[in-house]
Design a binder for this molecule. Structure first.
Ligand code: SF4
Ligand code: MG
Length: 334
């Protein structure tokens, strides 16, 4: 399959103003040089604790916030070179679903009006076909055409998320970025919405970039997983590699925090201490060194590059100096 999205060395620094003159005195390095591809038809998840830069990455790709530096190529086109106007047109192909669909829809509009508006802005179908398209969309997301004239507040959280999905789907996108799209829902409703998303992916040839802090959900939906820490990618690989054979201590720590049925898997538990440091002045060297039980002097001075892991599948990469040594038990912490 071909790459649909290519992100290269993406950076997002937010200025911090201060002093009497309100000058920029520092930056929050929310995303600090990340590179990854998303292939057509796959689901790539970005996981990490809050503040790791995963939402910022999604917003930068969509240019909801203009990225500070880097490249974003979508379907062969340089997104960052588009004028604001052309970017708005491009949003037809890149849609987003947020955690709270209610926040991004007008509560005084019926679902029909919400969908009408989306169809009109992107001019997806001729006016006389809109009613049919809306009825189809309502069926496709499992709400039923008869519900189109109700207001958002008349629906449950899970149903509202289906409205959000219908709206995203209405413009026939290629990529959907889902930012904590099911995080606010009850577990059983989460499963229903994820199953719907998977079904729609098959039916409409969709590609997903799925942003979530919830590893259980990520395990369910992903083909590949990107783990971020303090604005950097620390590990990337297919789902099996990440969940069954994690190599970066941070990935292991994240996985250690979720209960596993297999007690053998617990032997590699890494417990996280302390909080995520500030992204204003991230730690020198490896950003994880302040919390990593394997840190050495080298980690405090030298930032590890994202690289292929010896003996692992092609494309399973990590950013830690000692992944192989930690795995085979020869790593020495001085
Ligand atoms: Fe830990 Fe060092 Fe690896 Fe960073 S480079 S994750 S501090 S062992
Ligand atoms: Mg977020």
């Amino acid at each position: 399959p071909k790459e649909l999205l290519k992100v290269k060395d993406l950076k997002q620094y937010f200025p911090i103003k201060g002093g009497l003159l309100g000058r920029t005195i520092n930056h929050v390095k929310a995303v600090d040089g990340i590179t990854f591809d998303v292939y057509e038809g796959e689901t790539v998840s970005i996981v990490g604790e809050s503040g790791c830069g995963k939402s910022t990455t999604g917003r930068a790709i969509l240019r909801l916030d203009e990225p500070t530096a880097g490249e974003v190529e979508f379907d062969g086109e340089d997104l960052l070179a588009l004028s604001k106007k052309d970017m708005r047109k491009k949003r037809k192909d890149l849609q987003v679903i947020f955690q709270d669909p209610y926040a991004s829809i007008n509560p005084r509009q019926t679902v029909r009006q919400i969908l009408e508006e989306a169809l009109e802005i992107q001019n997806v179908v001729p006016k006389n076909e809109r009613a049919k398209k809306i009825a189809d969309l309502m069926e496709v997301v499992g709400l039923g055409a008869h519900q189109a004239d109700r207001f958002p507040h008349e629906f449950s959280g899970g149903q509202r998320q289906r409205i959000g999905i219908a709206r995203a789907l209405s413009v026939d996108p290629k990529l959907i970025i889902a930012d904590e799209a099911v995080s606010a829902l009850d577990v059983s409703i989460q499963a229903q919405v994820i199953n719907l998303m998977k079904q729609l992916q098959r039916d409409f040839a969709l590609t997903y970039l799925f942003i979530s802090h919830d590893l259980g959900v990520v395990r369910h939906i992903s083909d590949r997983v990107i783990v971020m820490y303090l604005g950097k990618i620390v590990e990337i690989g297919d789902k099996t590699s990440i969940f069954d054979n994690p190599h970066h201590p941070y990935t292991k720590a994240l996985l250690s925090a979720i209960p596993v049925p297999d007690p053998d898997a617990q032997s590699e538990r890494v417990l996280l201490e302390g909080d995520v440091p500030s992204p204003i002045n991230p730690p020198q060297g490896c950003r994880f060194h302040t919390r990593c039980p394997f840190a050495t002097e080298r980690c405090r001075v030298e930032a590890p590059e994202l690289r292929n892991i010896d003996g692992m599948k092609e494309g399973h990469m990590g950013a830690c100096h000692f992944m192989e040594e930690i795995k085979n038990g020869t790593h020495q912490v001085e």
